[in-house]
Design a binder for this molecule. Structure first.
Ligand code: HEM
Ligand SMILES: *[C@@H]1O[C@H](CO)[C@@H](O)[C@H](O)[C@H]1NC(C)=O
Ligand SMILES: *[C@@H]1O[C@H](CO)[C@@H](O)[C@H](O)[C@H]1NC(C)=O
Length: 341
């Protein structure tokens, strides 16, 4: 890993040595321009030295008040990054020409934690005005949420900027649905530059947090349209789920995604899947849908350290999806609104 990192640095160092700064500034396309786009963990070291501490302390307080909040914040980073890249488009409310992504199928009555992001943003604006982007807040809050629930830590590359628009259509189309087939899910990850290892590792996020009845009801009653439950769902687990998730009604009733250790970021999620107790169809298909994903489920169920290593690597990769950098986008003052609407 270290060797790979060194190898990728070599061209940058060479480019720096060969190009005077004026030609660096003029350059376009690949090479130096590309280098300018790279996120950097030290991005706020001078401009807002306490940024990471401010985020962590508010995430910690919110998690203390509401033990589900860590899961909700982790999910926001995912729902941001899968739609036009990690640009905080998710956080915009509807106004003027903007139709909020909060209205999309994956987010409506489901995505939460926006008030915590507002509180973090207000504290950062007080400490260092117009400096820290909402997209970076989401990336940092996702890391802190994972750590606070017992999961791995990682260094968060920073320097994302915020979008001036949203895409409710992208939110509907690009974020996988819980009843998507495994090939569809794999395709949606591939479109973001994420592979099968990224998919299986990142879905380990479902070791914390909740799902509504409506996200898995189909499995309990009529999975394939033949009036039968999903045969890949453990029958006694299905029976335990039905009273609070009836054929009709109770859409918003909440269930732990991992009922064994619901507030702990661990590898229990994969053990559940091996016992045919993955809650969502999209969870269980990792085992039943392909040998390659099944092998990863078994690996992570057996070895939490490898899961943690892969998770940390994959979420950094997810956080690198098409960020706005340089002069693109803006640093929103309020995460819910563009600066000059
Ligand atoms: C195939 C990909 C995925 C699908 C189909 C999916 C689907 C879902 C669904 C349906 C829920 C429950 C929502 C509700 O009923 O309100 C959920 C919750 C959650 N998802 Fe995913 N998800 C996927 C990938 C991910 C990824 C990559 C992450 C994070 C990196 C993530 C993090 C979470 C978390 C933490 C929750 C719980 C949120 C809370 O309690 O507020 N998911 N997901
Ligand atoms: C998946 O769920 C959506 C929303 O409930 C539904 O409209 C769609 O028909 C389902 N797709 C399949 C293949 O079951
Ligand atoms: C199951 O779903 C199919 C197709 O979506 C529908 O035609 C059928 O009536 C449903 N059966 C039951 C028992 O709900």
């Amino acid at each position: 890993m270290k060797k790979g990192a060194m190898a990728s640095l070599v061209p940058l160092v060479v480019a720096l040595l060969l190009c005077p700064s004026s030609s660096l500034a003029m350059a376009s396309g690949a090479g130096p321009a590309q280098w300018g786009k790279k996120l950097d963990p030290h991005f706020y070291d001078q401009s807002c030295p306490h940024a990471q501490h401010i985020v962590a302390s508010i995430v910690g307080k919110a998690h203390h008040q509401d033990p589900r909040m860590a899961a909700s914040l982790l999910r926001l980073h995912f729902h941001d990054c899968f739609v036009k890249g990690c640009d905080a488009s998710l956080l915009l409310d509807s106004s003027g020409s903007i139709v909020s992504e909060k209205r999309s199928n994956p987010n409506r009555d489901s995505a939460r934690g926006f008030e915590v992001i507002d509180e973090i943003k207000a504290a950062l604006e007080a400490a260092c005005p117009a400096t820290v982007s909402c997209a970076d807040i989401l990336a940092l809050a996702a890391r802190d949420s994972t750590v606070m629930t017992g999961g791995p830590g990682w260094i968060v590359p920073l320097g994302r900027r915020d979008s001036r628009g949203a895409s409710v259509q992208g939110s509907n189309n690009d974020i996988p649905a819980p009843n998507n087939t495994l090939p569809t899910i794999i395709t949606k990850f591939k479109l973001q530059g994420l592979d099968i290892v990224d998919l299986v590792a990142l879905l380990g996020s479902h070791t914390i947090g909740d799902s509504r009845c409506t996200s898995f009801r189909q499995r309990l009653y009529n999975q394939t349209g033949n009036g039968l439950p999903d045969f890949t769902l453990d029958a006694s687990y299905a029976a335990a789920l039905r009273p609070r998730c009836p054929r009709s009604g109770g859409d918003q009733n909440l269930f732990f995604l991992d009922p064994v250790t619901p507030f702990k970021f661990d590898n229990q999620y994969y053990k559940n899947i091996l016992a045919y107790r993955g809650l969502l169809s999209s969870d269980e298909v990792l085992l039943t849908g392909s040998g390659a994903t099944a092998d990863l489920v078994k690996l992570y169920a057996a070895n939490q350290d490898i899961f943690f290593q892969h998770f940390a690597r994959s979420i950094v990769k997810m956080g690198n999806i098409s960020p706005l950098t340089g002069a693109n986008g803006e640093i929103r003052k309020n995460c819910r609104r563009v600066n000059h609407a």
